[in-house]
Design a protein around this ligand. Sequence first.
Ligand code: KG4
Ligand code: ZN
Length: 342
Amino acid sequence: MTVLGIESSCDETSAAIVRDGTIVSLVIASQHEIHAEHGGVVPELAARAHTERILPVVTATLAKARLRPADIDAVAATYGPGLSGSLAVGFTFAKALAHGLGVALVAVDHIEAHAFAARLTPEGAALPYPWLVLLVSGGHTLVAIAREPGPLEVIGSTVDDACGEAYDKVGSFLGLGYPAGPALDRLAATGDPEAFAFPLPRLNHADERFDFSFSGLKSAVVHQRDRFYTAGRAAGAADVAASFQHAAISQLFDRLRNAVRETGISTVVAGGGVAANSELRRRLEAERAAGTLSAVVVPPTELCVDNGAMVAGLGEVLFRAGARADLAAGISARVRAFRGGR
Ligand code: KG4
Ligand code: ZN
């Protein structure tokens, strides 16, 4: 089964070919240079860039796989959540392509696709479910239970900013450009993580014990650093970065530990752009080595960031299970309500 996957929910135009669970080709065209001068993704510019890039990206993906369009058995595309203009470009392109080729169209949920990405790695392909999925990016921060490829039971999510968003805001404050996550990660490696004791957020309700909050940490770093300073320590940009990173990643682990304890699931899969973070990877590996986590899979960075391979891969599984979207299928910008009543 040969599936073309298309991803355009935010600011990456990406396509991939997956055949029988294996990636044959993957192309990711990032728009960072377009949004950098604005310090964040500008939806209208993102949609316009997708419009320009979608055909070259899909053509390049087919060429890399040495395939012709007629070799494709199904087209899978992200239908949501994400920016509506961006989603519409990729999903409508996929609809037209599938219709023109006379093959099936499969609509894929972006968050479920991120959780599936680990399945495309050798370790993840053999990893028995259930998994705890830690998804951390510029747009989402959540912890979910995956019992099979596809559906997720989201048990915690951010009540305000996403973790990557906090990285980008703090990084921009430190003059690290956009997106600042990777540069902040590198700078943090040279600083003192205990120079500033930035606190863990306190969420007040028991049903928030798996939830995240990053806006307080962001304001603490930008506006109230001195309150958290440990006298006598160095206080340069690298120390601010290291202390922020320590607080941000510690919060992820605090919630993850609650989730492991209460669900009894100790197999952890990470995804999203922040899963590229060196401190997150180091600590996940340390927990695995210590036995608190039984297995850990963090895919390579190109499968953590927004990419077409996760869409093609999950699309193939859904297609085999009978999923079909018709020409009337639409995009859905909103994140589905994770839990009743909230
Ligand atoms: O998944 P992604 O490519 O796009 C979405 O947000 O959906 O994630 C991008 C985010 C940005 O906020 C970026 O700063 C962050 O991931 N990021 C990192 C690192 N690499 C990327 N954050 C921390 N450490 C990193 N090494
Ligand atoms: Zn994403």
